[in-house]
Write a protein that binds this ligand. Sequence first.
Ligand SMILES: Cc1ncc(COP(=O)(O)O)c(C=O)c1O
Length: 383
Amino acid sequence: MLWLVFLSIMTDNKISFIRKDLLALNAYHPTPISKNTNLLTRLDANESPYDLPSEIKAKLASVYEQEIETNRYPDGGHFELKKTIAEYVNESANLDNLISVDNISVGNGSDELIRSILIATCLNQQGSILVANPTFSMYGILAETFGIPVIRVSRHESDFSLDLDEANKAINNPNSLPIRVVFVVHPNSPTANCLTSREINWLKELPNDILVVIDEAYYEFSQNTLVKELASHRNWLILRTFSKAFRLAAHRVGYAIAPNNIINVLEKIRLPYNLPTFSQLAALTALKNRELILPSVQEIMTEKQRVYENLNQNKKLQVWVSSANFIYLRLKNNSNAENHDQLMNQLKLDQIIIRHTGGGLRISIGKPKENDKLLDKIAILTK
Ligand SMILES: Cc1ncc(COP(=O)(O)O)c(C=O)c1O
């Protein structure tokens, strides 16, 4: 009985000190992880299907045991990690030291950096953000937790490029808070398309009082980067992450690359010890051993092509070409939320987990056997 009274106190929603707009928001619910994850075919989060190579794991374990003092705070400046990231970024974009430590800020996942960007630009009714749907949901979700207005424009269904007329209208709308950030993903999630040269030219023309954030979370898969453009566009910032091709989603490491005056502001905002020592070490070790880690990208892309060709032959599905490690599709004739949900849930009965998002289904590329299982099951369910 007492327990019931306690429960009713705990669930009674009299928390009038909380902002009303927050009470109306739903929390982000990632797929629950059960103890038996090895029984699941997890194709829902665009992670790499491959754990770290065992020799790197062993190296990390031994450094943890012998060198890390758990009683000490982490390196709050991330100096060595930033230096190594800068080298990697220069190498990846064929640049002669354009990027230095002063151009890098490291976050607890790129999610943390997105949040810092929002604080730096739009908080206190200073501005709104523009996104083109469907796209990565965290820009909008995080903005809404700050009460920052999110202007959503559409994409052309043929290739999922942005509707630039709609975007221009939104930017020039005198009746709303000025747009301070445009978020784009290159290649986009969930639709897996890279920015077109028309879109890139449009971004180049945006006025200097708008920050252009180009999220290159899937760069290693697409091999398309706009890092070179940072030299001539001082209002651009590029986000990257170790959660995908580097196989380190468990460690939550992302980074921003930008002119140093923007980086200085992000550094003011971030928490002093935002990245645990072990995560810094994991990212650093992964970078230094990238010749052992990144070859899996090619394997995943070969599998991606095989999965794409198979699904593309299915007359019930509309499948889009992908520049990333995932594939986006819709049911052709019954393209409504209910039918997509139904297909997703039928796959779930066979322990195959995919994502229903943006009006379609997003399927991450798994190991060959996982992809076989998915393809067999989809063929049966769409017969
Ligand atoms: C476009 C995009 N950006 C960022 C992230 C999140 O990256 P992180 O794990 O570094 O927070 C994701 C994760 O799915 C993503 O799809």
